[in-house]
Design a protein around this ligand. Structure first.
Ligand SMILES: O=C(CO)[C@H](O)[C@H](O)COP(=O)(O)O
Ligand SMILES: [Fe+2]
Length: 224
């Protein structure tokens, strides 16, 4: 099991003061910045691109930036995000014609690579790529919007992917994204996640440090 990572999704931040919002969650104990890229094609929403990632780096953000690509096609935008300062880039296999090639492309540019599985995407897509990736991201909502409810079947999927990762013997992170809250993060951690994306739960909270500390304590409680 990898160390615990809390990655606030900036989808729920106040975009009118994004730099300050990112500084605030990092100062409050967040480990990574989760950066949701939506293209109004692969998903029915439109968000932010490499210019905003680059702007956060220029603003002084040194924490890992976890770029979650919900775009189709994938490969064309990968070099722009690597150049803009992405630390890890995850993508949906349905959005790439050549999944292994996309993984190779991301890694060749010096970023960590991850595969994202939607709630209804079977785990066997990982069979021939788990040896080449750094992270699996399981969606516990359908991609496209923040603030949705956690889909319970993601817990069983977490347990299955945790077994696959453990059997591989590789240090692959298992990230969960969608509907993660203070009151369900413990059972999500117990099911095998080590990396937790939370957007609305953190950015809608009055006290960022308080909610992040509560989440970390809940995860730590499952590790004893
Ligand atoms: O990828 C995403 C949506 O496609 C977001 O990362 C996710 O929804 C986070 O938001 P919340 O924690 O509010 O569910
Ligand atoms: Fe995301």
């Amino acid at each position: 099991m990898q160390s615990t990572v809390i990655a606030p999704s900036i989808l729920s931040a106040n975009f009118a003061k994004l730099g300050e919002e990112v500084d605030a969650v990092l100062a409050a104990g967040a480990d990574w910045v989760h950066f949701d890229v939506m293209d109004n094609h692969y998903v029915p929403n439109l968000t932010i691109g490499p210019l905003v990632c680059e702007a956060l780096r220029k603003h002084g953000v040194t924490a890992p930036i976890d770029v979650h690509l919900m775009v189709e096609p994938v490969d064309r935008i990968v070099p722009d995000f690597a150049k803009a300062g992405a630390s890890m880039i995850t993508f949906h296999p349905e959005a790439s014609r050549h999944v292994h090639r996309t993984v190779q492309l991301i890694r060749s540019l010096g970023c960590q690579a991850g595969i994202v599985l939607n709630p209804a995407t079977p785990v066997d897509v990982l069979d021939y790529v788990l040896a080449d990736i750094d992270m699996v991201l399981l969606m516990s909502v359908n991609p496209g919007f923040g603030g949705q409810a956690f889909i319970p079947s993601a817990l069983d999927k977490l347990r299955r992917v945790r077994s696959m990762i453990d059997a591989s013997g590789r240090a692959v992170r298992l990230e969960i994204d969608g509907g993660v809250k203070a009151d369900n993060i413990a059972e999500i951690a117990a099911a095998g996640a080590d990396t937790f994306v939370a957007g609305s739960a953190i950015f809608n909270a009055p006290d960022y440090a308080g909610i992040i500390a509560t989440m970390k304590a809940a995860v730590a409680g499952t590790r004893r």
